[in-house]
Design a protein around this ligand. Sequence first.
Ligand code: FAD
Ligand code: 2HG
Ligand code: ZN
Length: 481
Amino acid sequence: LNADHVTSIASLLSTPSSSLLTTISTSDSSIPTADASDLESFNTDWMNKYKGQSPLIVKPKSTKEVADVVKYCYEHGIAVVPQGGNTGLVGGGVPPKSTKEVADVVKYCYELGIAVVPQGGNTGLMLDNHVGEKGYMMPLDLGAKGSCHIGGNVATNAGGLRFLRYGSLHGNVLGLEVVLPDGRILDGLSTLRKDNTGFDLKQLFIGSEGSIGLITGVSIVTPRRPAAFNVSVFGLNSFEAVQKLFPKVKASLGEILSAFEFFDAHAMSLVKGHATAGVKDPFEAAHPFYVLIETGGSNKDHDDEKLSALLEELIEDEWVDDGVLAENTTQISQLWALRESIPEAAGKAGRVYKYDLSMPVEKMNELVEEMRSRFESKGILGADKMFSSVVGYGHIGDGNLHINIVAKEYSDEAEREIEPFIYEWTSNVNGSISAEHGLGRMKAEKIGYSKSDESVRIMQDLKKLFDPKGIFNPHKYLPGA
Ligand code: FAD
Ligand code: 2HG
Ligand code: ZN
């Protein structure tokens, strides 16, 4: 371990055993509409890849206002594009390219979380801070937590950095309030942990990306916040070493392991070259791969003891080439920043084609390398070429790989160099073409790489059942939508 980076250990919160049930709902007020200068940002996604043409933004502040607006839209055949923090990475939250097919487009940027955030804030970070004061935490944590909304998180079934420990929103969400496309309100803000009465309708809306309803309230399990966090980053010389390390760490740390993330040397270069100030490489030498692990437990001495024994063994028995351990909250944030700032760094380096894939862990780096050698053999990878870099990173502990391909510009020609190759490759290893970001506009027509025709037909039937006029999020999520 590099002693230069060892200082003290963050002490935060408590036992992971009990949970607080948090009910989030909306407040009442008038419906202000945005002025024209607001339109541009609502019509552009986070990557600057998708543009919309919505002429109107509506910001209702209560479920009743949402329902009134949606009912009006339903009666007049007006399309509705729900929008939360607009941090989605598949173009789901921007309106369609053209409004030819529909009379008008209405989008929502509204407030959630009143019950837990009296000021009406509703981003993941604000909710986390709020429940944090009571010793609890939000079960999901994303790099976009400062901007994304809880409604958007549920609508996309976002995964994120704590998934390994706390699992999917399909398990953590206990109830939803949803405004259906015809303006009816589905009032399901239950706080019951167990309820086997009939179909579990809320599950249909988790991950439905605004295609069948607008989520206005969320009831969610918030676990106890651990009393102590530790973060360590390792340098490794091969992807096989990364692969072998995961079961080893899991077996040694057991229930206190809360994240196991990896990134490759290309991602580290991007971060060093383009991320926000303050992000720096803690290692003296470069390594082909890096792994970040986080632990969170109820007893600091117990966690420190467990982790120290493991780190010693990992270095001595050459499981890893080098490692650093954060010893205070500042260092914990600095180490997390190496991993969390990769999307932002890629965005500063150029236009980014993002692929969010599930597949067997042993296949992940094979695909990243195949993409690189494919571009190299065509002479299109390098400074001032069509693509400047291909980086691999992600949530190894969840079998979720992110490939970011940095291009000079978005173009059909560049896209053809990547797709459908990358989807076919993923499908051939029985993977998923969307592990956690969803389908949106980007992959509405690609679902067949991961789902059977019969499954897609049933999904289309469900869409028709909830939204017979097809006014919610047209041209997204499902083929022919
Ligand atoms: P938006 O982008 O506004 O909308 C996303 C989709 O949900 C759209 O289809 C929209 O129509 C729909 N929608 C939004 N609000 C509602 C609502 N209330 N009711 C119904 N439909 C709605 N994602 C992950 O899964 N894991 C990560 O680790 C992760 N990290 C990220 C890091 C960065 C830096 C960025 C920019 C994004 C990241 N994302 C991640 C993607 C994104 O943050 C998530 O998908 C997030 O859940 C989107 O929330 P949002 O409020 O911004 O939704
Ligand atoms: C992450 O894990 C996010 O950092 C974003 O899911 C991934 O930008 C991406 O491709
Ligand atoms: Zn991710």
